[in-house]
Ligand binder design. Sequence first.
Ligand code: CUA
Length: 224
Amino acid sequence: MSTWANLGLQDSASPLMEQLIFFHDHALLILVMITVLVGYLMLMLFFNSYVNRFLLHGQLIEMIWTILPAIILLFIAMPSLRLLYLLDEINEPSITLKSIGHQWYWSYEYSDFNDIEFDSYMIPTNELSNDGFRLLDVDNRIVLPMNSQIRILVTAADVIHSWTIPALGVKVDGTPGRLNQTNFFINRPGLFYGQCSEICGANHSFMPIVIESVPVNYFIKWIS
Ligand code: CUA
Protein backbone atom coordinates (compact mmCIF):
# COMPACT_ATOMS: atom_id res chain seq x y z
CA MET A 1 0.00 0.00 0.00
CA SER A 2 0.95 3.65 -0.30
CA THR A 3 2.39 5.33 2.77
CA TRP A 4 3.21 8.96 3.55
CA ALA A 5 4.73 11.11 0.80
CA ASN A 6 4.66 8.35 -1.77
CA LEU A 7 3.81 10.24 -4.94
CA GLY A 8 4.93 7.59 -7.42
CA LEU A 9 3.63 4.15 -8.19
CA GLN A 10 3.53 1.51 -5.50
CA ASP A 11 6.06 -1.31 -5.57
CA SER A 12 4.83 -4.02 -7.87
CA ALA A 13 3.71 -7.35 -6.46
CA SER A 14 2.89 -8.98 -9.80
CA PRO A 15 4.67 -9.43 -13.14
CA LEU A 16 2.05 -7.35 -14.96
CA MET A 17 2.52 -4.40 -12.64
CA GLU A 18 6.26 -4.69 -13.14
CA GLN A 19 5.74 -4.39 -16.91
CA LEU A 20 3.37 -1.45 -16.38
CA ILE A 21 6.06 0.36 -14.36
CA PHE A 22 8.67 -0.33 -17.06
CA PHE A 23 6.33 1.11 -19.67
CA HIS A 24 5.55 4.13 -17.50
CA ASP A 25 9.26 4.89 -17.08
CA HIS A 26 9.88 4.38 -20.80
CA ALA A 27 7.05 6.73 -21.83
CA LEU A 28 8.11 9.30 -19.23
CA LEU A 29 11.69 9.27 -20.50
CA ILE A 30 10.51 10.01 -24.06
CA LEU A 31 8.25 12.74 -22.70
CA VAL A 32 11.13 14.38 -20.82
CA MET A 33 13.37 14.27 -23.89
CA ILE A 34 10.69 15.93 -26.05
CA THR A 35 9.96 18.56 -23.40
CA VAL A 36 13.63 19.43 -23.02
CA LEU A 37 14.19 19.67 -26.78
CA VAL A 38 11.08 21.77 -27.46
CA GLY A 39 11.78 23.92 -24.40
CA TYR A 40 15.32 24.57 -25.60
CA LEU A 41 14.13 25.47 -29.11
CA MET A 42 11.46 27.85 -27.80
CA LEU A 43 13.93 29.53 -25.48
CA MET A 44 16.42 29.97 -28.31
CA LEU A 45 13.74 31.59 -30.51
CA PHE A 46 13.57 34.50 -28.06
CA PHE A 47 17.26 35.19 -28.26
CA ASN A 48 18.21 34.78 -31.93
CA SER A 49 18.35 37.71 -34.29
CA TYR A 50 18.05 35.98 -37.68
CA VAL A 51 15.29 37.36 -39.89
CA ASN A 52 15.13 34.98 -42.89
CA ARG A 53 13.50 37.57 -45.20
CA PHE A 54 13.91 35.36 -48.27
CA LEU A 55 12.80 32.09 -46.70
CA LEU A 56 9.81 30.68 -48.60
CA HIS A 57 9.94 26.93 -48.09
CA GLY A 58 11.96 24.17 -46.50
CA GLN A 59 10.87 20.82 -47.89
CA LEU A 60 13.61 18.81 -46.22
CA ILE A 61 13.16 20.08 -42.68
CA GLU A 62 9.39 19.70 -42.98
CA MET A 63 9.84 16.08 -44.04
CA ILE A 64 12.09 15.51 -41.04
CA TRP A 65 9.87 17.14 -38.44
CA THR A 66 6.80 15.33 -39.73
CA ILE A 67 8.24 11.85 -39.94
CA LEU A 68 10.40 11.97 -36.82
CA PRO A 69 7.49 12.46 -34.35
CA ALA A 70 5.63 9.62 -36.11
CA ILE A 71 8.59 7.32 -35.49
CA ILE A 72 8.82 8.45 -31.87
CA LEU A 73 5.11 7.69 -31.43
CA LEU A 74 5.73 4.18 -32.77
CA PHE A 75 8.26 3.63 -30.00
CA ILE A 76 5.45 4.30 -27.51
CA ALA A 77 2.65 2.57 -29.42
CA MET A 78 4.40 -0.78 -29.89
CA PRO A 79 5.23 -1.51 -26.21
CA SER A 80 1.83 -0.08 -25.24
CA LEU A 81 0.05 -2.52 -27.54
CA ARG A 82 2.18 -5.40 -26.25
CA LEU A 83 1.18 -4.50 -22.68
CA LEU A 84 -2.48 -4.13 -23.61
CA TYR A 85 -2.66 -7.67 -24.96
CA LEU A 86 -0.50 -9.03 -22.11
CA LEU A 87 -2.97 -7.64 -19.57
CA ASP A 88 -5.89 -9.38 -21.25
CA GLU A 89 -4.19 -12.76 -21.46
CA ILE A 90 -5.64 -15.55 -19.31
CA ASN A 91 -2.89 -18.03 -18.38
CA GLU A 92 -4.63 -21.23 -17.25
CA PRO A 93 -5.79 -19.92 -13.86
CA SER A 94 -5.68 -22.31 -10.91
CA ILE A 95 -8.49 -20.58 -9.04
CA THR A 96 -11.23 -18.10 -9.78
CA LEU A 97 -12.48 -15.32 -7.55
CA LYS A 98 -15.71 -13.52 -8.29
CA SER A 99 -16.17 -10.07 -6.84
CA ILE A 100 -19.46 -8.24 -6.93
CA GLY A 101 -19.69 -4.51 -6.29
CA HIS A 102 -22.56 -3.19 -4.20
CA GLN A 103 -23.41 0.26 -2.84
CA TRP A 104 -21.16 0.34 -0.84
CA TYR A 105 -19.25 -2.86 -0.20
CA TRP A 106 -17.77 -5.75 -2.12
CA SER A 107 -18.92 -9.34 -1.90
CA TYR A 108 -16.83 -12.29 -2.97
CA GLU A 109 -17.45 -15.81 -4.18
CA TYR A 110 -14.89 -18.59 -4.53
CA SER A 111 -16.72 -20.44 -7.28
CA ASP A 112 -14.29 -23.39 -7.30
CA PHE A 113 -15.34 -24.36 -3.79
CA ASN A 114 -18.78 -25.02 -2.38
CA ASP A 115 -20.59 -22.20 -0.67
CA ILE A 116 -17.68 -19.90 0.01
CA GLU A 117 -19.06 -16.42 -0.31
CA PHE A 118 -18.93 -13.42 1.97
CA ASP A 119 -19.35 -9.65 2.15
CA SER A 120 -16.40 -7.36 2.76
CA TYR A 121 -17.16 -4.05 4.48
CA MET A 122 -14.78 -1.25 5.40
CA ILE A 123 -14.09 -1.01 9.13
CA PRO A 124 -15.46 2.37 10.31
CA THR A 125 -12.91 4.68 11.96
CA ASN A 126 -14.51 4.43 15.40
CA GLU A 127 -14.25 0.63 15.35
CA LEU A 128 -10.70 0.53 14.03
CA SER A 129 -7.99 -1.22 16.05
CA ASN A 130 -4.68 0.51 16.75
CA ASP A 131 -2.83 -1.26 13.96
CA GLY A 132 -5.63 -0.86 11.43
CA PHE A 133 -5.48 1.42 8.40
CA ARG A 134 -8.20 4.04 8.34
CA LEU A 135 -10.57 3.91 5.33
CA LEU A 136 -8.58 0.95 3.99
CA ASP A 137 -9.13 -2.08 6.24
CA VAL A 138 -12.10 -4.41 5.84
CA ASP A 139 -13.84 -6.87 8.13
CA ASN A 140 -13.46 -9.88 5.79
CA ARG A 141 -10.30 -10.08 3.68
CA ILE A 142 -9.90 -11.97 0.44
CA VAL A 143 -7.33 -14.73 0.95
CA LEU A 144 -5.45 -15.79 -2.19
CA PRO A 145 -2.50 -18.10 -2.82
CA MET A 146 0.76 -16.49 -3.92
CA ASN A 147 2.69 -17.78 -6.95
CA SER A 148 -0.40 -18.97 -8.77
CA GLN A 149 -2.43 -17.63 -11.64
CA ILE A 150 -5.68 -16.19 -10.34
CA ARG A 151 -8.65 -15.33 -12.49
CA ILE A 152 -10.98 -12.70 -11.23
CA LEU A 153 -14.49 -12.07 -12.45
CA VAL A 154 -15.95 -8.67 -11.69
CA THR A 155 -19.55 -7.57 -11.81
CA ALA A 156 -21.88 -5.28 -9.86
CA ALA A 157 -25.36 -5.46 -8.42
CA ASP A 158 -26.49 -1.84 -8.60
CA VAL A 159 -24.25 0.78 -10.28
CA ILE A 160 -20.81 0.63 -11.87
CA HIS A 161 -17.95 -0.03 -9.47
CA SER A 162 -14.29 -0.70 -10.16
CA TRP A 163 -12.13 -3.37 -8.56
CA THR A 164 -8.70 -1.79 -8.35
CA ILE A 165 -5.48 -3.02 -6.69
CA PRO A 166 -2.54 -0.73 -7.62
CA ALA A 167 0.27 -3.06 -6.48
CA LEU A 168 -1.05 -5.88 -8.65
CA GLY A 169 -1.80 -3.78 -11.70
CA VAL A 170 -5.46 -4.76 -11.67
CA LYS A 171 -8.31 -2.39 -12.51
CA VAL A 172 -11.56 -3.86 -13.77
CA ASP A 173 -14.96 -2.25 -13.88
CA GLY A 174 -17.88 -4.09 -12.34
CA THR A 175 -20.94 -3.34 -14.43
CA PRO A 176 -24.47 -4.54 -13.67
CA GLY A 177 -25.51 -7.22 -16.16
CA ARG A 178 -21.96 -7.83 -17.37
CA LEU A 179 -19.16 -10.09 -16.24
CA ASN A 180 -15.64 -8.79 -16.75
CA GLN A 181 -12.59 -10.96 -16.41
CA THR A 182 -8.91 -10.49 -15.84
CA ASN A 183 -6.09 -12.39 -14.25
CA PHE A 184 -3.06 -11.78 -12.10
CA PHE A 185 -0.22 -13.49 -10.34
CA ILE A 186 0.90 -12.38 -6.87
CA ASN A 187 4.62 -12.94 -6.40
CA ARG A 188 4.98 -12.25 -2.70
CA PRO A 189 3.03 -12.76 0.51
CA GLY A 190 1.46 -9.83 2.34
CA LEU A 191 -1.51 -7.52 2.37
CA PHE A 192 -2.49 -5.66 -0.76
CA TYR A 193 -4.91 -2.77 -0.52
CA GLY A 194 -7.17 -1.34 -3.15
CA GLN A 195 -10.20 0.87 -3.54
CA CYS A 196 -13.20 1.21 -5.79
CA SER A 197 -12.40 3.56 -8.63
CA GLU A 198 -15.66 4.37 -10.31
CA ILE A 199 -17.60 7.24 -8.76
CA CYS A 200 -20.41 5.02 -7.52
CA GLY A 201 -22.32 7.19 -5.07
CA ALA A 202 -22.16 8.84 -1.64
CA ASN A 203 -19.93 6.24 0.00
CA HIS A 204 -17.72 5.51 -3.00
CA SER A 205 -14.61 6.22 -0.90
CA PHE A 206 -15.62 3.66 1.68
CA MET A 207 -15.52 0.34 -0.18
CA PRO A 208 -11.86 -0.72 -0.01
CA ILE A 209 -10.41 -4.07 -1.04
CA VAL A 210 -7.88 -6.09 0.96
CA ILE A 211 -6.08 -9.13 -0.39
CA GLU A 212 -4.20 -11.38 1.98
CA SER A 213 -1.61 -13.19 -0.11
CA VAL A 214 -0.43 -16.42 1.52
CA PRO A 215 1.54 -19.54 0.53
CA VAL A 216 -0.55 -22.19 -1.23
CA ASN A 217 -0.67 -24.62 1.72
CA TYR A 218 -1.94 -21.85 4.02
CA PHE A 219 -4.59 -21.07 1.44
CA ILE A 220 -5.74 -24.69 1.29
CA LYS A 221 -5.95 -24.71 5.08
CA TRP A 222 -8.00 -21.50 5.03
CA ILE A 223 -10.38 -22.72 2.36
CA SER A 224 -11.01 -26.01 4.20
CU1 CUA B 1 -17.95 1.45 -5.78
CU2 CUA B 1 -16.90 3.61 -6.18
